[in-house]
Design a protein around this ligand. Sequence first.
Ligand code: GLN
Ligand code: ZN
Length: 757
Amino acid sequence: MTTTHNLGFPRIGAQRELKKALESYWRGDIDTEAVAEIGRELRARHWQLQQAAGLDLIPVGDFSWYDHILDMSAMLGAVPERFQWSGEQVDLDSYFRMARGRAPSGEPAAACEMTKWFDTNYHYIVPEFSPGQEFRLSCNKLFDEVAEAQALGYRVKPVLPGPLTYLWLGKTRQGDFDKLELLDTLIPVYSEILLRLKEQGVEWVQIDEPILSLDLPPAWRNAFESAYNRLQLPGLKRLLASYFGPLQENLTLACRLPVDGLHIDAIRGGEELDTLLSWLPGYKVLSVGIVDGRNIWRTDLGSALQQLAAIKEKLGERLWLAPSCSLLHVPVDLAQESSLDDEIKSWLAFATQKTEEITTLRQALDEGHETVAERLELARNAIAARRSSDRIHHQAVKARTATVSEAMGRRSSSYQERSPKQRAWLKLPLFPTTTIGSFPQTAEIRQARQDFRQGRIYEADYCQRMQEEIALVVEKQEALGLDVLVHGEPERNDMVEYFGELLDGFAFSRYGWVQSYGSRCVKPPIIYGDISRPEPMTVDWATYAQSLTDKPMKGMLTGPVTMLNWSFVRDDQPRSETCLQIALALRDEVLDLERAGIRIIQIDEAAMREGLPLRKGDWAAYFEWAVGAFRITASGVADETQIHTHMCYSEFNDIIESVAGMDADVITIETSRSDMELLQAFEDFEYPNEIGPGVYDIHSPNVPSVEQIVSLLRKAASLIPAERLWVNPDCGLKTRAWPEVEEALEKMVTAARLLRS
Ligand code: GLN
Ligand code: ZN
C-alpha cells in the first residue's frame, strides 16, 4: 500500500475564521479561552476533512496562531530580551508581542522582523539570536495538539521546521557571530522534542528542511550530516522534507542523511526523480510531492500516474504521495466558490481538492485505475477542455508575442539624449517633489466602491464620486505646492486586482484567500488565459485629473512583472510568456496615455524583486525576461515622455544592474528606514538615471520634521548628483489618514524648497 499525507493544510479557515478570531482577540472583544476554542474547531475540522479525503497520516503542528517559524522560536524559548519574558512557558500574549509588538496583556516592545518565506508571498517572523543564545523547551503547543488529534482518533504526523532551516532563517543581533555555531545548543532541544513525541506514541515526524533547495555554503551543507546523526531516536521515524525547488548539488547529501524518509518537490524538481531513485538507500521512504502546492490548477492525474507507476515499481511500499509542499499557499476549498463560473472552476483545485487528488492517485496506483475510473475521467476531460478552450487561447495574442522585436524593448534614444528633451518641457525646479500614486483610501471611497459593486449606485454616480475625489486630491496637491501631481488612485482597491479586472485572461475568486502574514490574507488573481486589453483602463481618470491642473499629471500603472508575481499563474506556458502578454497589453495603455497628453507615466514594479528565483544561478534568466517585459511596456513612447518606476523595498545591492537595465527615466524607491544607506548601491554602481529616494516612511503615522527630511536629502545629494534627485515619500499613501499626509507632505515640500535655496 502507498502511504498518503499532507505536509500542511491552510490554517486560516475557509471563511478566514482564524483571521476574524485573532483580530477580535487583539481588539479585546474575545478572551483567550474563546480564541483557543476557535483554534480547536479549525484544527478538528481540517483534520477531519483530510481524514475523510482518505489521507493516511494527518499533519499536526501546521496550525499556528501567527506563523510556524515563530511557533518554533516559542517552542525553543528563543525570545528576544526586550519582551521581558519570564523564562517559563511562552504564553499567547508573549507570542503575539513578538509577532506584532503588542498584545492584550504585557508591555509593548518593538515587534520582530518579518520577511518573505522563500519565494512565496507568505511572510514569517524572523528568529533573533544573540551571542550566547540558549534554547530550552518553552512551549507545549505541539505536544498538546498531538494529544488533541490523537484523542480524536487520528494517526498523526507532527511537522516542524528542521534545525538547519530554523537557524538559516534567523538573524544575529548584537555583534556578528556565526549562527551556525548555535547548532550545538539547538540539537539537544530538538532531541528532547523528538523524545516527547515518541513518548506520545508518534510513529513518524516530518522535519522540514526547505533550505536544501537553496545554494548553501559548504559549512551549512556539512552541518546537516552531524545534526541528523545526533537526531536519531530508535522507535521514532523521521521524514525529512525539502520543497520549493530541485535539490541539485544537495541531492546526494539529502539522500545520505540518517533519516527514515525523504520528501521531495516533484513539481519543481521532477527531473531529479531518476537520479534520486538511484541514490536513495534501500531502507528509506520517498515521499513524492506530485500535486502542485503552489498553484491552483487541477492535477493532470493521468500523466502523474504514468510518472508514479515506474516509481512504484521500484519502491513498492516505500512510495509515499503528497502535495509538493504545504498547502498553506493555496486557498482552502473550491466547492464554496461562487464567483468563478463552472468552466473555470472545472480547471481548478484548492487545498481540499488537492488532498482528494492525492488519495485518488493512491487508489489508482494500489487498486487499479478502474476503481477510480470516474474521477480519472473527470480530470482527463477537464485537462483536455482546458488545453483547447477558446477562453484560454487567443490567436491574436499569441501572434503578437511571437513578433515582438528587440527594438520594441528599446527607447529610441539613451537617457542622456532623452533627459534634456524632458527637462525642456517639464521645467521642473531642482529637487522636484512628487508622490508615489495613491492618497488615503477613506471610508467614503471604499463605501462608494462597494455600493457600485453591489449595484446600489449607478456607474455614472460612482464615476462622479471618484471624480470628486480626484478633484480634491489635485486641489490639495496644488495647495501643498507639489511639482508633479497624481490622481490619487481612488478607483483602485488593489494595484493588481484593478488592472486584472480590466484585462482579458484574469479571473477572480470570491473566497480564494491565502495567508500572507499573521491574520492578513491576500486573494491573488488567477491568470488563466491569453491576456489582452479590451479597452483603455486608466486614460479617462488620468485625463480628467490633468484637465484640472497646469502641473504635469503622472499616469499610474502596475507593471507586468508585479501583475505576474502577485497572481496565480498559468502552468501551461512559461511565466515569461504570460509576462510578455501583460507587457504588450500595458504597452498599449502607455501609448494611449501618451496620446491623451499624459507625458509622465509611472509603471510600478513593487514585486520585481519578489520574483527572484531561489538559486542565484537562475537570476540572470529571470531578469532577462522580467526586465525585458518592463522595457516592452515602457519603450514605445517618445523621448519627451518621462517614464517612472517605483519599487518599495530596501535591497538593491545584488540587483542594481538589472534595475538600471530597466532604463526608467526616474525610479522612486524606499530609503528612509535605512537612512539612505541603500543609495550606496546606486552610487557604487553609478546609476545613470534619476532617483527619488523616499524621504519619509509611510508605514508609520509619524510625521517627519523638516530637519529630518533635509538631512536625508543632504545625505542623498552627497551620493547622487542633485540634478538627478527627486523628492517623494517611500511608497503610496493609501493606508494613511489625511491629516498626517498633509502635514508630512507640507514638510517634504518645505524641505525641498530649503535645499533649492
Ligand atoms: N502606485 C502605488 C501606490 O501609490 C504603488 C504601491 C506599491 O508600490 N506597493 O499605492
Ligand atoms: Zn511602494
